[in-house]
Write a protein that binds this ligand. Structure first.
Ligand code: GDP
Ligand code: MN
Length: 445
């Protein structure tokens, strides 16, 4: 991946690949980037593939399509009529209310459902129920879920709409300029990534100045660029203005409408919606907490949230326990640099007590992919003896025999080392980061 800023995209000739990677970091549910102010592309390189597979909790807030559409509707954006269902009987009733012919849509924290059989057009309530039967409880695997997939617990039943044209429209935060930007294309539908790659000139980008805000002439220019004319064009201007208002008021880090459609009778309609909310703004929107669907989140991440730990599961085999997000990112970078694959990002924080450290270590050990643990601690406010006690407690609770490489320094470091040394755990100490990283990489091989 090349290291480029999103600003380069003002140039239509620019290769769109980087943007997509970056976009997936945002859209895939996890701007760990947002939370930890990641700017380095190396960080993004480590996280991007994972983030776009796994929904995150406590970093970025995901909500379902039906919830996103409720919010959009409250901002005057036209969405299809629909009902969410948790059971088959509710699907049948919803389908009847909508007149029989309808669309049955699996609600999971990932897109790409259409191609995975998660979106079905049905002709009758009976067919709707049959489709729902097959979907409820099923694990849906899409290009965005990773191989483990996500389980379907909720289904959106919507009126079927006759589509004459499909567009792509999204509003997201460009972290490079710290501004909202609008991305739009006349080639919407399911293949936006491919379009961005093959014909980047078909994608329009507008960066919004936060002081001036979005002006109608800018929205109109965009609608015209999408080929809209007349009433539809004016509808689209209103829609874009409302979308921006929605992002500001609801503190969205992403709203993606794909497809935005012109119906057979020339109405504009948000046919699909994906919304990410910035959890830093939770204090302004207490209702967001309850909107989270825990069935869509990795249980280890839920536990981490309960203990107020910043934990993100990654794909590798080296568990990492670090304090400080910056040190944690540096640790991941170093592991990757020396051919290791981190199993997680974990920041235990500055003032963690023994129980929180133990919880953190247990979360690391609960991941079956973990073959060894790298502990990298700088004891400032954090005391090294507390870290040691937490590790020992968690390791003895779980009967852990995995190799552990410890690099720690700072407050009460000698006491911490003594405790670990006497614990009988498979611990190796190191003073040097490179040496420690090489040691753990060698041990898990
Ligand atoms: P995604 O694959 O997870 O992004 O799910 P979408 O909600 O975007 O649905 C996938 C595709 O199904 C859309 O791109 C549409 O082409 C199609 N689709 C969804 N609802 C309708 C509908 O009411 N009528 C028609 N004709 N197509 C629909
Ligand atoms: Mn879609």
């Amino acid at each position: 991946m090349t290291c480029r800023s999103l600003r380069d995209l003002d140039d239509p000739e620019t290769n769109f690949e980087f943007f997509l990677n970056e976009f997936q970091v945002i859209g895939g549910g996890a701007a760990a980037a947002a939370c930890f102010s990641l700017n380095s592309c190396l960080h993004a390189a480590i996280l991007a593939p994972v983030l776009h597979e796994r929904p995150q909790y406590g970093v970025i807030m995901n909500i379902h399509e039906y919830q996103a559409k409720e919010i959009l509707r409250s901002f005057g954006i036209p969405v299809p009529q629909g009902r969410v269902a948790f059971r088959e009987a509710q699907v049948e009733r919803a389908a009847r209310e909508l007149g029989g012919r309808c669309v049955v849509k699996a609600q999971i924290y990932a897109g790409g459902r259409g191609k995975a059989g998660g979106v079905r057009l049905v002709a009758t309530p009976e067919e709707a129920v049959q489709t729902a039967k097959n979907l409820f409880g099923k694990t849906l695997v899409t290009p965005q879920t990773g191989p483990e997939g996500l389980i379907v617990r909720r289904i959106l039943v919507e009126e079927a709409v006759e589509v004459s044209r499909e567009f792509y429209l999204s509003l997201t935060l460009d972290r490079q300029t710290s501004r909202y930007c609008i991305i739009a294309s006349a080639e919407g539908g399911m293949e936006i990534e491919a379009i961005a790659e093959k014909s980047p000139e078909k994608i329009h980008l507008l960066t919004i100045d936060p002081f001036v805000g979005l002006r109608t002439y800018q929205a109109r220019k965009l609608a015209l660029a999408l080929g809209m004319r007349g009433n539809v064009c004016e509808e689209c201007v209103t829609l874009i203005m409302n979308l921006y208002r929605c992002c500001l008021e609801k503190d969205c880090s992403l709203v993606e409408i794909n497809p935005l459609v012109v119906t057979g009778s020339d109405w504009l309609l948000a046919m699909d919606a994906k919304m990410n909310l910035d959890d830093n703004a939770l204090f302004r929107h207490p209702e967001y907490q309850e909107m989270t669907d825990l069935s869509q989140i990795d249980p280890l991440e839920i536990t981490a949230g309960e203990f107020d730990l910043s934990y993100i599961k990654l794909k590798g085999s080296i568990g990492c326990m670090v304090n400080g997000a910056g040190l944690a990112m540096a640790t991941l970078d170093m592991l990757s640099e020396y051919g290791g694959e981190p199993a997680n990002f974990l920041d235990v924080g500055g003032g963690a007590g023994r129980d929180r450290v133990a919880a953190a270590f247990r979360i690391i050990l609960d991941d079956p992919a973990v073959k060894g643990v790298f502990v990298n601690i700088f004891g400032g406010i954090m005391r090294c003896d507390v870290i040691a006690e937490g590790i020992i407690q968690a390791a003895s609770d779980t009967g852990c025999h995995l190799p552990i490489v410890v690099r720690m320094d700072g407050t009460l470091v000698e006491e911490g080392k003594r405790l670990l040394h006497e614990s009988g755990l498979n611990v190796r100490f190191t003073h040097d980061l490179t040496e420690g990283v090489q040691a753990i990489v060698g041990m898990v091989r």
